[in-house]
Design a protein around this ligand. Sequence first.
Ligand code: SAH
Length: 392
Amino acid sequence: MTNPQVVLKPDRDRSVKRRHPWVFSGAIKRAPADLEPGAVVDVVFADGGFVGRGTFNPNSQIQVRIFTFDDEPLNDEFIVQRVEQALKARSGLVGRDSDSYRLINSEGDGLPGLVVDRFNDYAVCQAHAIGAYRFRHTVARALVRQLDLRGVLLRSDTQFARSEGLSGKTEVLHGQAPDEPVTIRENDLPLAIDLLKGHKTGHYCDQRPNRRLMRELAAGRRVLDAFAYGGGFGLNALAGGATSVTFVESSKDICDAIRRNLRLGDHDESRAEVVCANVFDFLSSGSDRFDMVVLDPPAFARGKAQVKDAARGYKEINLKSMRRLDPGGVLATFSCSGHVNSDLFQKIVFGAALDAPAKLRIVSRLFAGPDHPTSLFCPEGDYLKGLLCQLP
Ligand code: SAH
C-alpha cells in the first residue's frame, strides 16, 4: 500500500533526522492538496528517501505527527500494539494503592497527541490532534480488551484540540458515561472525580507521587495547598499528620469538590479550611504562617509570547509564599508551562528567594510520575517541573 507523500525541504530535515516526531508546516516543500485531515502519510526527504509515517493535518502548525520511523503499516493493528505496549509498561510503575493513573502519555508512548487516564473502572481519553482522534475507536476497543472497564470517554475540549479543528464534544466510546463523580483511590485516599466537567481528563494524575511525598513530610506542619483543585496535596498532608491544612482555590464549584473529598476520606475536618479565593490576593492580604506550602498553579504561559508575564506571576506567588514560611519550612513549587523550562523556572524561584529574602535551598527536584513517560526524542512532553525547597 502506498500512502500520499509529504516532501520535506532539503534544509529543514534536521529535526526528523533526530527522530523528532513533529513536522511543522514551514519544513514542508510539497504535500498533496486534497488530503483529509487525519490522513496517513509518508514523510520523505527531498530526494525521496523514507523518513517516517504519520498523520496529516493541514489545519495545524504541526502538519504531520510521525508515529513510526520504520517502514511499517500505520493501521489499526499498529495502534492496538502501541496501546498494549503502553498498558504492559505500566505494570509495577504504579503502586497497588492507586487505581488511577495515566495509561497512555502521547509521544512518550509512541501515540502522538493521545492521552488516556484510568479512573477506577473508567478510562478518559483526550485527543490533542486529529490523527489521534481518527484512531479513537481502535484505542477504545484495545483498552476494553485489556482492562475491566465500565466506560471509555473521549474529551477533546482543550484549546489545543480546537486549534486542530476538533469539535470539543465529549464522546462515549464504550459503555456509559457515569452520572455522578467517580470515586478513585490514589495513594490509598478516596477522591471523587468529575470525568465530564473536571479539568483535563478529570484529575491531574501527574502529581500522584509528589502528593505522596508531601504526605511523608507533613507531620506536625501547618500546610498551605495553593491552587488546590480537588485538594490532592492537602488531603495527603492531612493523612500524613499535618496540624492544619488551608486549601486555596478560586473556583466555587471546585471548593465544594474539596469539601466533598474531605468528607469522602473521613478526614479530620477540624484541621482543614477551604478558602475560596485568588491565591495572589490570599498571599498579599493574610498573615498566617506555614511550615509547608504547595504551589501548583495552572500553566501561566500557554505560548511563547506569554513567558514574560508568566515569569512575573510565578515570581510573585513564590516570593510571597517564602515570606509566609517559618524556619525549617518547605516549599514545593511547580510549573506545568511547557514554555517555561526547568532552568528558567529555577531562575525565577532564585529571583524570588533573592528578593524575599529567603535562604532557601533545593532539597529535591520534582517531576511527573513514572506513568507519564516522555520521549527522549520529543522533550516538549516534559512539561511538569517542581522544586522542593527548604528554609534552614
Ligand atoms: N494542585 C492540584 C491541581 C491544580 S490545577 C492537584 O493536585 O490536583 C490549578 C487550580 O488552580 C485549578 O483548580 C484552578 O481553578 C485554580 N486556580 C487558577 N487560578 C487561580 C488563582 N488565581 N487563585 C486560586 N486558584 C486558582
